[in-house]
Design a binder for this molecule. Sequence first.
Ligand code: ADP
Ligand code: NI
Length: 202
Amino acid sequence: MEQTALLKQVEQFVFTKFKTDNTGHDYHHMQRVAKLAKHLAISEREDPFICEVSAWIHDVIDDKLTSNPDQEKNKVIAFLGELGITDQHIQFIIETITTVSYRKKKWPTSKVGQIVQDADRLDAIGAIGIARAFSYGASNGQPIYVPGQEEQEQSTVQHFSDKLLLIKDKLHTDTAIEIAQDRHERLVIFLENFKQEWHFLD
Ligand code: ADP
Ligand code: NI
C-alpha cells in the first residue's frame, strides 16, 4: 500500500479510538502531533513516514487511557501488520511509542522517538496547551487555581509550574526548541495576566 493511503488508514484507526475522548487526548491532539512530527522529521532529516505513523498512535497504548495496554499493543501490532508494514518497522514503532510519554519519565532511545516526544510536548504548551490543561483539569475535577498554593490541592495553574513551564528546556531537537520559544512565552504571558486579574483588588 502506498504511504499516503497507509497514513489514511492509521488516521481512521485513531479516529475510531479517540473520537469520544474529553481528557485532552482527543483525535485532534493526535492529528496535531502527527503534523508536528512530520514537520520536525523533515526539518531534522529523519524518516517522516515512521515519525508520522508513530505520532498518530503515540497515546494508543498509554496506561492512563486504556485499562489493558498489552491488549491494545497486540491490536496495534495486528493492525499495522494488516497494512503490510514490516515486522521490523512495527517493532520499532511500538518501541518508539512506549518511550514517549512524559509521565512515565521514559527516554526515547532513537531520533524518531525524540521527534515524537517533542511533537507531543509542543502540543502541551502555547495557546493550545493552555486550553488542554484546563480541559484536563475540568475532567479531573481539580480547581483552576488555589492562591498561595504550596503542597496543597493540585490546581491547573500549579500544573504550569510543575510541568508546562519546564517543557522548553526538555526538548531534544533544534526545530522543536525554536517552535517552543513563542509557545513558552504565551504560557508566561497568560500566567501573568491570570494572576494580575485574580489579585486585581487585593
Ligand atoms: P501525554 O499527551 O504525553 O499523554 P499527559 O497525559 O501528561 O501527556 O497530558 C495530557 C494533557 O493534559 C497535557 O496538555 C497536559 O498539560 C494536561 N495535564 C496533565 N496533567 C495535568 C494536570 N494535573 N492538570 C492540568 N492539566 C494536566
Ligand atoms: Ni499525547
